[in-house]
Design a protein around this ligand. Structure first.
Ligand SMILES: Cc1ncc(COP(=O)(O)O)c(C=O)c1O
Length: 282
């Protein structure tokens, strides 16, 4: 097993040496939230936004924990990456029960766990499958309760796909582990508006803010899945994928026009915005 620097309850060690109780509420109930922060050459992309989203997920889940402690632990993990590309995974559970019980004790100590992993953002386009969004109603919380995502994505894998695009009653929500954008046939960039049905992605925000400064027309709102049939480009955004196009989408007639000039321009705008954010982090 490779040596991955990790932290548990403030104690730095190697991931392989961390032992947790089976009575961790993360284990018994998925009663936990998490964050993933990407690093480029050792610099975090939008560190404070990830902290803010984690604080929001914790607050919406009624888990109380000192954010200064978490920030310091995240920085310790970040230092472990040196000047490499990678990401930090960090998870906070409500705590460890004395015995499994839905109703939690009010004095539980939140359980903090994270690790730093060296890797590069994937650049190979992937294929997707359209499916119903059968997750719970609070997908704006970055909860580790991801059974809906896990089942759908693994069903898609049986069709040779790496991702799903989910919809509720014909309106696109998001992907299994990413937000979704597309160019419609009129050349307008469209993405789902922020509601409780999707995660407020940091990468999504980076792209939207950058596009606002361009003359490219953007609409956040309801996205009819019929639009995919004649969309020249559909792409995913996430901390570990950056901006990644879909080559095909099972359940639609979509195919990716990889030389589409609008798409290529949007990709450049995104890359420049990421560079600027990283410069600000130096
Ligand atoms: C369901 C879901 N939506 C969207 C995203 C993208 O969020 P971000 O850009 O902050 O990584 C993720 C990231 O893991 C996700 O799991």
């Amino acid at each position: 097993m490779i040596d991955i620097p990790a932290i548990y309850q403030g104690q730095m060690s190697s991931l392989k040496d961390i032992r947790v109780s089976p009575l961790s509420r993360a284990y018994t109930f998925s009663d936990s939230v998490y964050e993933v922060i990407p690093y480029f050459a050792g610099h975090p992309l939008c560190f404070s936004r990830h902290i803010e989203r984690l604080a929001s997920s914790l607050q919406l889940s009624h888990i109380s924990v000192d954010m200064d402690v978490i920030t310091s632990e995240l920085k310790q993990l970040g230092d472990e990456l040196g000047n490499q590309d990678g990401y930090i995974y960090f998870q906070v559970s409500r705590g460890v029960d004395e015995i499994r019980a839905h109703l939690y004790a009010d004095d539980l100590e939140a359980e903090r766990f994270g690790y730093a992993f060296q890797t590069s953002v994937s650049v190979e386009p992937i294929s997707g499958m359209l499916c119903e969004d059968n997750r719970w109603a609070h997908c704006n919380i970055k909860s580790t309760s991801l059974l809906g995502n896990v089942l759908s994505m693994n069903q898609a894998r049986q069709q040779g796909c790496n991702e799903v695009i989910m919809h509720r009653a014909g309106n696109m929500t998001e992907a299994g582990a990413s937000n979704v954008f597309y160019l419609n046939h009129q050349g307008i960039v469209r993405t789902s508006a922020l509601t409780e049905n999707i995660l407020p992605g940091i990468t999504r925000a980076i792209l939207l803010e950058a596009l606002t400064k361009s003359n490219i027309e953007v609409e956040e709102g309801e996205c009819d899945i019929q639009d995919f049939n004649d969309a020249p480009a559909i792409w995913l955004t996430s901390s570990t994928k950056g901006m990644l196009p879909l080559t095909s989408l099972i359940g639609t007639t979509y195919f990716f026009e990889k030389n589409n000039l609008d798409y290529l321009r949007i990709k450049n705008i995104f890359n420049d915005a990421v560079e600027l954010h990283l410069l600000a982090a130096k």
